[in-house]
Design a protein around this ligand. Sequence first.
Ligand code: HEC
Ligand code: HEC
Length: 265
Amino acid sequence: MRSTPLMTALVVVLSLAACDRNSDAPASADAAPADKASEPEPEPATPEPPEPEPEPKAETPPAKLADAMDRHFIHATELEQAVIDGDLEQAVADARWIVDEQPKLDMPETWKPQLERMLAAATEVAAAKDLPSAARATGKLVGTCGTCHEALGAGPKFSTPLPVAEGESTAARMERHRWAAMRMREGIVGPSESHWKAGAEAVSVAPPKPCPIPDGDILAPEVLELREHIYTIGAEAAETRDLGDRAEIYGEFLTTCAGCHVGGC
Ligand code: HEC
Ligand code: HEC
């Protein structure tokens, strides 16, 4: 039940977000001074000492980092969608991308511990044998993004989201759950207090009647209970302050979706 229009909308939002930056800026801009330095000087009588390389500032984001980050973000988003869809294979593929591509990036030495934590979490998703493990590891992974952004005082700024779906039909509730997952993820990755709160609050109060599920009686009772469990997690999410705890709750939230979508819905 991959929600293609939703994914399309996401990709559009992402590419819009990327518009204000020239992502095609040539990488050679940075390489220019080095090239010049290596050009042979015409017959220098006394060779001038080479210009000292500017001391690289550890905290300066390397060139193209923002592009790399955007791609990480796209895969983290796809990963979330895959877990919601109950598509373990796709989730593993998205995590694998991070595992394979991240080490190719040239990052400051001082970021190593953060990057290692991110890689470890991505490796855990890639190795997941079932959806609940993939969902929880996805929470961890997203947590490592936010921890680094918070520590460096850098990271994405998310625009005001579209309003949350209203109504009590199954489709409307599902859209709301999806919306909540996206906002929580942004709340963690940013990190963003307002996005986290918006996400948590959208699922913190259970509607008077559980979500109508077509042919729900064929589902195991523990699967049907996930309908209420979503709101228990939402209420807890609304109370949670710590980034690590938020990441854990978000992972738990994702297990509910997978539990039902795979359970025959
Ligand atoms: C090692 C630290 C670190 C980790 C881990 C990290 N980021 Fe970032 N991220 C940064 C820095 C630094 C910037 C700012 C880059 C800039 O402004 O050029 C950034 C910026 C971003 C941006 C904004 C890019 C833009 O277009 O300006 C996004 C989106 C992003 N990160 C997503 C992620 C996601 C998703 C993850 C986890 C899968 C992640 N980041 C993990 C350090 C990190
Ligand atoms: C108790 C079972 C159950 C749980 C738990 C559940 N879903 Fe669903 N979900 C369904 C059913 C049934 C459908 C198909 C609904 C339809 O086609 O109208 C569905 C469909 C969807 C769709 C596609 C909606 C559409 O417009 O076709 C999305 C998105 C979705 N779910 C998101 C979520 C998210 C996110 C979670 C977890 C926070 C979640 N769901 C948890 C039963 C569940």
